[in-house]
Design a protein. Sequence first.
Length: 387
Amino acid sequence: MDEKVAFVTEWMQEQCSFAELCRSFNISRTLGYRYRRRYLTDGYAGLELLSKAPRVVWNRTPATIEQAIVQLRKSKPRYGALKILKLLEAQFDPGLLPAVSTTDLILKRNGLVKKRKRVHRIVPVHPVFHSSKPNQIWSADFKGEFRMGNSRYCYPLTIVDSYSRYILAVQGMYAASFERTKAVFEAVFREYGLPQQIHTDNGQPFGSAVSLSRLTRLAVWFIELGILPVYSDPGHPEQNGRHERMHEELKAETARAPGYDLGPQQRKFNAFRHEYNEVRPHQALGQSTPQQVYYRSATEYPDRIEPWEYPEGMLVKYVCRNGAIRWGGNQWITVSTTLIERHIGMEQFADGMWRVYYRNKLIGYLDEKKLRIQDDKGRLRRNTRKV
């Protein structure tokens, strides 16, 4: 704008030709004449930057139709663009109605489209899960549900020792709930002892994509037993390929055709488990059976979970019933609802930066400046609340 004003001022002084004036300002004469014309018409205000929007939109939706779209959406808030256009065909010529995409823009422009909640996605890290002896890593999963003869769905929970391929459990359920899953794991732990790690996918009740460090109630229970929960990357079933391969055999042998209800279906699962563990040789085991390779864990299932003592020097914080800890007296920092009424440990490693642990598992990092905790991959940021 300053350059335009200087150009017009020098032009009014008439100290040089118009062509020389334009060359001194490094603009074309066409642009110079345009500036002069706008100044003569509107004064210095005419030199302001003009909007590049077209003055006339030849295909603009008529105001009556746009008003009808808005009114119909307000009366039917759950109707989308397709339904709205279909209903308006009785009121307007279909050739005058806008396209679906234009209707969506009209709804958005009038504040009638709710912003979708942001979905937190897990950053792939391509982990490598390798065990060198039994009970280092167990893998667990729910094989895809299928209908039984009584038309109800069966959800088979499978638990396998990753090294020996020994199937520790195949349990059919009517629902993949936390309570039922925990009961199966408890029975397996009592019979076979505890592993060092349990490898699962990110589905409930094993993991949660919107929870800090993917923690669920089941994962917290594993940690309290001294078991480290580990997860495959989303969309990468090949990271648990041995388990998925076993599921192929399980489906072929027990779900085609299925039992009438859980009773006969469970007998099919038990028969498959016996054959898989004790009869079927495995090439990866040198043609041995899983039973010949597997042995029971030396770590026993405890009758009660012992309280955890954090190392001296750690800051210990209590997670309140809102899933958050107090910070600075008048602020809340969200941790996880899965850790309600438990204590977390915090270790400062830099100015304003803290490592956050639950028992012996690192679950994330706290940045004092942002007052937010994110997990070790930096994928999940949480809001703070003031009281």
